[in-house]
Design a binder for this molecule. Structure first.
Ligand SMILES: Cc1cc2nc3c(=O)[nH]c(=O)nc-3n(C[C@H](O)[C@H](O)[C@H](O)COP(=O)(O)O)c2cc1C
Length: 192
């Protein structure tokens, strides 16, 4: 679902990337189908990772479950106005060491897995908004996480609803123009 105008690009992109954005206005009644949820997992599972180490780990919770409520209890206040409306909250964790050896690219690999999940969600008419705004220590304690499991983001997945009953301020932020720095700023060197 898109409400934001297509992302402005100098050449056309594939629809899933051109239309992707991160709303806060989720339909609080929407339930993810089992197929959609499985597809998100498959998209993450087939992401590339350094040495194919696959260090991405997920805690997946549907709205209305005790696990969902536990995740919500760790969110920073600024995320509480919208995130509890998501159909699913996913804690994305990086396994940063295995058998006593550090997995140097674990967080990078996790980011790629979440990116793939996000694109698959977009192709299924779902929306994703990620959150760094949570209390990692509280989450670690709540789920008794092993020291080498690092919670990096909480991922909200659901269906965008332009008429969602969210605080007006959040609706306005969803409607505000989104932007990016120019390609020329991103390419430190372009020698082609
Ligand atoms: C690692 C990460 C942490 C984020 N943390 C939050 C957050 O705590 N709360 C929030 O509302 N959005 C959060 N966001 C969403 C970003 O603000 C959003 O992706 C960015 O503004 C670009 O907007 P777009 O995704 O619509 O293009 C986060 C995104 C990422 C990737």
């Amino acid at each position: 679902m898109t409400a934001s105008p297509r992302n402005e690009t100098s050449v056309p992109l594939t629809d899933q990337l051109a239309d992707r954005w991160s709303p806060r206005s989720f339909d609080a009644d929407y339930v993810l189908s089992p197929d959609d949820l499985t597809a998100l997992g498959e998209a993450a599972r087939w992401a590339p990772s350094a040495n194919n180490a696959q260090p991405a780990r997920f805690i997946v919770a549907g709205r209305g479950t005790p696990t969902f409520d536990t995740i919500v209890s760790t969110l920073r206040r600024f995320n509480l106005g919208w995130a509890p409306r998501a159909a699913v909250l996913i804690v994305a964790l990086a396994e940063t060491a295995r058998d006593g050896q550090p997995l140097r690219w674990a967080e990078y690999d996790l980011g790629q897995a979440v990116a793939h999940l996000t694109v698959e969600a977009q192709s299924r008419g779902l929306s994703v908004r990620q959150m760094g705004g949570f209390d990692a220590d509280a989450l670690r304690a709540a789920f008794a996480l092993a020291p080498d499991l690092v919670p990096v983001v909480v991922v909200a997945v659901g269906r965008y609803d332009a008429a969602a009953d969210v605080p007006a301020e959040l609706r306005e932020r969803d409607a505000a123009p989104r932007g990016r720095r120019g390609l020329d700023e991103m390419a430190l060197i372009l020698d082609v």
